[in-house]
Design a protein around this ligand. Sequence first.
Ligand code: EPZ
Length: 416
Amino acid sequence: MQKLAIQGGARLNGEVRISGAKNAALPIMCASLLSADDLYLSNLPDMHDVATMEKLLQQMGVRISTVARGATFNAGQVDKLEAPYDMVKTMRAAILVLGPLLARFGEARVSLPGGCAIGSRPVDLHIKGLQAMGAEIHIEHGYIHATAKRLKGARISFDLVSVTGTENLMMAAALADGVTTLENAAREPEVVDLANCLIAMGAKISGVGSDTITIQGVSSLHGAQYRVMPDRIESGTFLVAAAATGGKITLSEARADILENVLDKLREAGASIVVSDSHITLEMLRRPKAVNVRTAPYPAFPTDMQAQFMALNTIAEGSSVVVETIFENRFMHVQELRRLGAQIEVEGNTAIIKGCAQLEGATIMATDLRASACLVIAGLVAQGETIVDRIYHLDRGYEHIEAKLSALGAQIRRLK
Ligand code: EPZ
């Protein structure tokens, strides 16, 4: 089990390049299944979940040739319409092959994703939407068996805003017979990025970025070249780390227009922020002020930034309230932060944090992707050494994080 050893106290300074967005790359890679032509993707991030998705697609017969920070995907010879349990259990985003396989091949066998640390994370909305489009779906032995001669356009209204639910059904609808309307659809920038890639492949989609998306099915899609958007959660994570350590950093290849709510919260905490169309500079000249946070679907405050802001609040001036409304168990980092001396009380989906002047380094354990980022931030500000264990969680969703942090002056190294 690999660990990170962090000596707290260094202020982060310098410039860091933001990688392609994990949560845009994963659905866009699955979109390659919708055509027999080459889909060339650039700005793909180098991280474990992307490698897992490549393996999953390759075992289906997708031919992948990689170049630096990019790859060409060709689904012309797909011969296995299955996503096996051993791959789905480590990455629930594997569910995103379901819609494309059904739409192009009329059949799919996808393992039900297990729950994960942050919640049960069902896929009932994905299944209900595909059934509304005429798919026959049976669940047996932990697998979703789906068949459909040809999916039909339908009006689908989501009970809950679901990011991958919206993505799966948008991909399925792209090749369906007729028009599909997705109501109460997710508005996340990653959903928009997928839609833009599908449009480049010949899909007819309107309403992208709003809560009502309309897809006019076409008979086939062609290849395309597409650049994956920058990762807004990686951007937010580095900005919070700079704010917590009282430093000054510039993000390059970053987009501020998809981070408005996070930037507003950082300004509220006392940071000064300057943005251009590709850079974000943050400077924190004082101890952060505590800020209240309530997660909700985009464009509200993102749940994937909740843990990082909790780390900031543990050393901020004053008390704060953090409310997690998306996942039922996304406070796994609280116990670990308490081991560093943080003062946090939890009542259901609400955490109350009393800022303290100083955290003390300790050995702590990552439990999920964004919780591990939170613990790294806490280690950067804690006095003395902090050891973060089980950092395979971190490697799933951040590209070379300790190299990027070291380049900004952090005292951080990986222990084999
Ligand atoms: C996506 O997960 C992201 N993952 C998550 O990022 C992110 O936290 C989440 O959206 C919310 O923004 C990817 O894009 C690969 P949901 P997703 O469907 O699509 C419930 C990270 O750290 N729900 O929007 O799985 C669900 O339980 C990861 O990068 C149903 O009840 O999330 C949750 O409470 C973590 N039935 C809520 O909806 C369904 O069929 C939102 O889930 C689907 C979802």
